[in-house]
Design a protein around this ligand. Structure first.
Ligand code: PBG
Length: 332
């Protein structure tokens, strides 16, 4: 029996930090291209790439360019993309019916990807906000978002997306009971294999602003907000209830969003549940890094890697990030 004293100087944690090789050898978490999901904004037309001012290096693209981008993402090891449409204002309506139309922009985009890049997963967002004249994710009746009426629209939208060939439907609307209703409707129509990725703990965040520019819902929304359905940032126990309910209703994967300001939620969720937890590094989080980099305040590339790794460390299995492709190119 030696009397080893487990304290300084016998213990020196810096020993294993001295060299790059030992730091890498002992790293507890890694960022891989297959951890990253690329969100892509799409628009009508051919051969157009429209810059989004508040989202540096991100473009709204037409379907021909989309296919090229998805091929490139696949070639750099990204396993899934998520589609978000920019809808012409003339196609918007109070009920967002364009979102349910089986030849809408997203359906055609899904078909184009499945035809040209069949080996990548396609995620379709389920929510009405790109399609409504008021920019809300739900239908408004008597001045209020009507939960149950909205669910009916979401069920149809999810079915149309599944029929178009998408692999994952991702309800991002935060209505109560929508996961169960979507699951039931998919089963009824023999889409038992469609994965549901629920935005379960989605907070009412001011960090979605650049996204709303990108899909063109900002003007419609005006000064209104989404706090009657998206979560209050004061709460974390409630996030666990949201997740628990979505799992019970049939969600395969649940998401926490935003990510960086909500690492505690990701961490809690991943230790409380066995269902895979995804996280969304949202538009504002991405743009803050880009803007600070442009002004020379930080090294944006390094901060991006640090934050994405922090999101994984917190417990996220995969991360939605607008930087997915640029990061994948760096870490391959
Ligand atoms: C729409 C939706 C939003 C985001 C993803 N799906 C915006 C919102 O809820 O207003 C935000 C993504 C981002 O900011 O990057 N239901």
């Amino acid at each position: 029996m030696t009397n080893f004293n487990p304290a300084f100087p016998n213990i020196r944690l810096r020993r294993t930090r001295m060299n790059e090789w030992s730091r890498k050898l002992l790293a507890e978490n890694h960022l891989r291209a297959s951890d990253l999901i690329l969100p892509i904004f799409i628009q009508e037309g051919t051969n157009i790439k429209t810059p989004i001012e508040s989202l540096p290096d991100v473009y709204r693209v037409t379907l021909d360019i989309l296919v090229e981008q998805v091929k490139e993402a696949r070639d750099f090891g990204i396993r899934a993309v998520s589609l978000f449409p920019y809808i012409e204002p003339s196609l918007k309506s109070p009920y967002g019916d364009e979102g349910l139309f089986n030849e809408n922009l997203v359906c055609r985009a899904i078909a184009a990807i499945k035809e040209n890049v069949p080996d990548i997963g396609v995620i379709a967002d389920i929510a009405l906000d790109p399609y409504t004249t008021h920019g809300q994710d739900g239908i408004i009746e008597n001045g209020k978002i009507d939960n149950d009426l909205t669910i009916k629209q979401l069920c149809k939208q999810a079915l149309v997306m599944a029929q178009a060939g998408c692999d994952i439907v991702a309800p991002s609307d935060m209505m109560d009971g929508r996961v169960g209703a979507i699951r039931k409707n998919l089963e009824r129509h023999s889409f038992a294999d469609t994965i549901i990725l629920s935005y379960s703990a989605k907070y009412s965040s001011s960090m979605y602003a650049p996204f709303r520019d990108a899909v063109g819902s900002k003007a419609q929304l005006g000064k209104a907000d989404k706090s009657s359905y998206q979560m209050d940032c004061a709460n974390s126990i409630e996030a666990m209830r949201e997740i628990e309910l979505d799992i019970a209703e049939g969600a395969d994967i649940v998401m926490v969003k935003p990510a960086i300001s909500y690492l505690d939620i990701i961490s809690k969720a991943s230790s409380n549940f066995t269902v895979p937890i995804f996280a969304y590094q949202v538009s504002g989080e991405y743009s803050m890094i880009k803007a600070a980099h442009e002004r020379g305040f930080i090294d944006g590339d390094a901060v991006m890697l640090e934050q994405l790794l922090a999101i994984k460390r917190a417990g996220a299995r995969a991360i939605f990030t607008y930087a997915a492709l640029e990061v994948a190119k760096k870490i391959i």
